[in-house]
Ligand binder design. Structure first.
Ligand SMILES: Nc1ncnc2c1ncn2[C@@H]1O[C@H](COP(=O)(O)OP(=O)(O)OP(=O)(O)O)[C@@H](O)[C@H]1O
Ligand SMILES: [Mg+2]
Length: 366
């Protein structure tokens, strides 16, 4: 039995989402490709732009952050900034985040134009003679509302307007099967090194998970059966994040019943919560209006589109264009299924339905 001050976690921190793992295996070729691309920065040259892509939870963000840390040890002439595009989803928000990380001052959210703020960023780079590497993480969130091109364009063509400015971009795409493309004007300056992060093999998942278990828990806390089960669940989704979350929740479940070991039932129970992880992560990033619309769709998934718009308009006062934009954004993030026969044309939307169990959506919306 577990006493109140006893725990089965030897170092629970390694199960947190923002933990950067020391053991990062099975990604050697991707790490090497990133290293080669950044190397020119050590000689004051502009690094090669990269396009990093792969399904959720395959180590993309982790790889880029580890490489940033590695290169930082060799030079002070390069500034590395990561922008989470799910949170900062406009050109202004992206450049604000860059400014904040460079200068360590949060710029005002209004009263200053994009251009003025961007010029401040450039001035900082020129004055300090630094190269800027921007990782646009989860850039797929910038596509639906058309911000991806303008963000990329501003960053990649900066040197034309401000000679001497050196900026390169690592675009990270969490590939959930939605097609995307950049404007040809962006394409002609982006010319990235493409680095693919495929799903892990089951043996790789087992290796990574069991290593994490070794660091997170005391010896013999996780049985082989419980471990196999976690690995099976990860294999099913392809997302390692779910495995790490499962370990944490299973451990907490075991502690709740004052057990010194994690049972198969603890893992099973934890899976209920972990499986909603993707969904809740997506939903939490929505604006209030977007949540309202998703709630309406989940509550009554056979509502004709016209009716749906009417209810949405009554609650929010927003017009059809905004309604349609939100539908499209949620379609791209795979929260809803929608079938359009004509792009953006009034009355052409045939149907909209939740892509997940309505109850699960409503649970995340709570
Ligand atoms: N090769 C690996 N070794 C150890 N841990 C890993 C490895 N790959 C991924 N992880 C872990 O899995 C989790 C998810 O990884 P990460 O956030 O890098 O995925 P991602 O590809 O950026 O996913 P998303 O597309 O959803 O943003 C992290 O907690 C990370 O520590
Ligand atoms: Mg990521």
């Amino acid at each position: 039995m577990l006493l109140w001050d006893e725990t089965i976690f030897s170092n629970g921190e390694v199960l947190e989402f923002d933990y950067l793992p020391e053991y990062f295996a099975h990604r050697d070729s991707q790490m090497q490709a990133l290293r080669f691309s950044l190397k020119p920065a050590l000689r004051g040259m502009r690094p090669v732009n990269c396009l990093v892509k792969g399904p959720p939870g395959t180590g993309k963000t982790t790889a880029v952050m580890k490489i940033f840390n590695e290169v930082k040890e060799h030079t002070d002439n390069v500034a590395f900034v990561k922008v989470n595009c799910q949170m900062d989803s406009t050109r202004f928000a992206v450049v604000s985040r860059i400014y904040e990380q460079l200068v360590h001052i949060t710029p005002p959210s209004s009263g200053i134009s994009f251009r003025r703020l961007f010029e401040k960023v450039i001035k900082y780079l020129l004055d300090s003679n630094k190269t800027l590497v921007v990782a646009l993480d989860d850039i797929n969130y910038l596509f639906p509302e058309g911000h991806a091109d303008e963000v990329m364009y501003s960053l990649l063509r900066a040197h034309e307007q401000y000679p001497g400015a050196r900026i390169s971009v690592i675009a990270i795409i969490s590939d959930v099967g939605i097609p995307y493309s950049f404007d040809p004007r962006v394409g002609s300056v982006f010319l990235p090194e493409e680095i693919a992060f495929p799903r892990y093999e089951i043996s790789e998942i087992a290796d990574i998970i069991s290593n994490r278990v070794k660091h997170a828990f005391f010896k013999d806390v996780v049985s082989d059966e419980a471990l196999d089960m976690v690995v099976t669940y990860v294999e099913r989704t392809g997302d390692l994040r779910i495995g790490i979350d499962l370990l944490k929740r299973s451990g907490l479940n075991a502690e709740r019943r004052a057990s010194k070991t994690i049972s198969v039932e603890d893992v099973d129970k934890a899976y209920e919560a972990s499986r909603l992880l993707h969904l809740c992560r997506n939903i939490k990033s929505l604006s209030d209006h977007e949540k309202t619309l998703l709630g309406l769709i989940a509550k009554d998934n056979s509502l004709p589109t016209g009716e749906l718009y009417k209810s949405f308009h009554e609650i929010t006062g927003l017009g059809y264009t905004r309604f349609y934009e939100i539908i499209e954004k949620m379609h791209v993030s795979k929260l809803i299924d929608a079938d359009f026969s004509g792009k953006g044309m009034r009355g052409r939307t045939r149907y909209v339905a939740p892509a997940y169990d309505s109850e699960d959506i409503l649970k995340c919306l709570e």
